[in-house]
Design a protein. Sequence first.
Length: 748
Amino acid sequence: MKFTDGYWLSKEQYKIENPVEVYEASAVPDEAGNDSLLAYATYRKIIERGNTLNVGNTTIRAFSPMENVIGIRLTHFDVDDKNPRYTLYPEKNVAPKVEIEEGEVNGQGAGVRAGNAKLSSGQLDVELPLHGDFRMAFHFTDASGERHELTASEQAAQASIDDITAGSMYPLSVSGAQANYQDARQAGTILKRSKHFMREMLNLDVDTKIYGTGERFTPFVKNGQTVEIINKDGGTGSEQSYKNIPFYLACKPGLKKQDGLYYGVFVNHSQPVSFEIASENVQRVQFATEGEHLEYFVIAGASAKEVLGKFNKLTGGGTLPPAWTFGLWLSTSFTTDYSEETVMKFIDGMEERDLPLDVFHFDCFWMKGFEWSNFEWDKEAFPDPKGLLRRLHDKGLKICVWINPYIAQKSPLFKEGVEKGYFITHEDGTPWQWDLWQAGNAYVDFTNPDAVCWYQTHLKRLLEMGVDCFKTDFGERVPMYDAKFYDGSNPQGAHNFYTHLYNEAVYEVLKAEKGDREAVVFARSATVGGQQFPVHWGGDNVSSYTSMADTLRGGLSFLLSGFNFWSHDIGGFEESTPADLYKRWTQFGLLSSHSRYHGNIQYRVPWLFDEEAVEVTRKFTKLKVQMMPYLYPQARKAVEEGIPLMRPLFLEFANDPNTYGLDLQYMLGDSLLVAPIFNKEGKARFYLPKGKWTRLVKDEGMTDVVESDGEWFEETHSFLSLPLFVREGHEVKLDTNLKKAGDYKEKA
């Protein structure tokens, strides 16, 4: 959201007030009893008593929930916005320290002294001058004892903003122009308070790159972009995203271990947050939200991994999925015709061709059309669902079924939901419905505990029948206006938060029925803390090489936003997939953390493409299964450290500036570099950091080891090969005895 007109002017519709000086500061205990810093910043210099009249304040609270993490809460009016709050998980033994130093008389007025207020947590501190020009700076002290400024909120960066044309703030006879604001105020002609926003802008140092903000398909480095944190069902080809996370990672590459600077900023609001990332002001990251307060956390560390780990743990930490989830998932696909006969034909075909399969997924039409969700099998296509699931289990398969959080009007559950008040309503109490997706869709209100139990009861029945996990689709198309939630939540905040409640409800029933070690969902939407309910996939992509690249870019952005695992639709979801694309995407998909064949109008079994596709699927599925002795411990390590299993190269090669823009290749764990191929000709262009790299797969005539001085390479690969390298000094163990990922057992 842009409030300014160029560098100097404000847009006419906005009245912008900024903290000018901190005139009072003190140490006060926070909710945990730890020291926090409370400061009052006025929108005018206070030189004499008269300056205290007719002027606003921002109350600044600085606190620390975790070592090297400092929270800042900016408050204009102290009112409850009724937005849902993300659950945070502070450390128990954090010990922040507040220091307030009074200086000498500074000449601004009798008894007014310059000084300084500071809160420190571990190696991170935030500092505010007292009575001088406003500036709030964050510093990190490295292992050598050198103190670096990470970022700062400069004069006129923080702001309390009124949209003075919104909400009929003035009579029609009074212009909305900013110049008339004081005249209207003094004349007593203000009728209604307008929309109000709180804004912060944090400095960007030279060569600092910004990442994250959720699963974004726009350029990987976010500098120069506007990002709106609103979950939307917009596919993978626009600026919209299913998974919006109000967090960014800031990295300034270094050439030596102590040279780089790394920090993250998490804006702790469930309602929409607007980021201007070196866009409105090219020297700063701006974030703003509607309301009377703004809370954010600065998270510091000696590395980008450390910063991500802190954010991951602060918002709940990750969960390790069971070993079988890392194998191949095969779907019925979406609008294809399928029945028990089709399903068994696919599964038998995989077995006959020696194609390892761990999970079979039933997409939407396991239920009757127009009735999603009714949680009942379509008996015409599946006359004996319990027997079918038993037969699939006998083949060693796990079973996933599709669900969504909406109840169509034709569903037998609709009337019950209305009568018992289980749906989101309009403000007048009538169910909030529309015809987009299913006719007469209503939305389960997961803020109502009884509605949650009702929804879970139907899932429990499916689990008892033999279902092992659920694909939790949708959760983004949730009303933001004229909507009433059971717990009174502001619909603006409930919109993004809805997916958390939805996935949590499903995950909790899985834990209760299957146990902690077996619970897993396959989710499309996410918000802050969603890493507790793995796994997430990338949504509706297109069957093209450009969409394959977009998908990877979005996944890497998502994984730099506090999540550990991620998947995508192999071959693309929309349209028919050419055989060459299917084979290249198969390589990429089976070298991702989780791997699923899925599509819209086309079955995704490999023999429907060509015989080589069968061979490619066999080779890379077996490779992934045999890598489980490497992959699963790496997944456990990722959860323990709070970092992604698939990761951009710069997380591993922080002192190589060339890695910071790479978004077409990645590391799979600590040791394995993957460079997918994005063309039918097999031409690969990839970067290898300095060192010796050993190929894990190769075509005939290729060298086993490639030595790099930190340089680019070009190669041509068959469909049975791609650039896949083991890092020098590392090892990727293969177990050729493993037949499926689910057969892997960790050593005690």
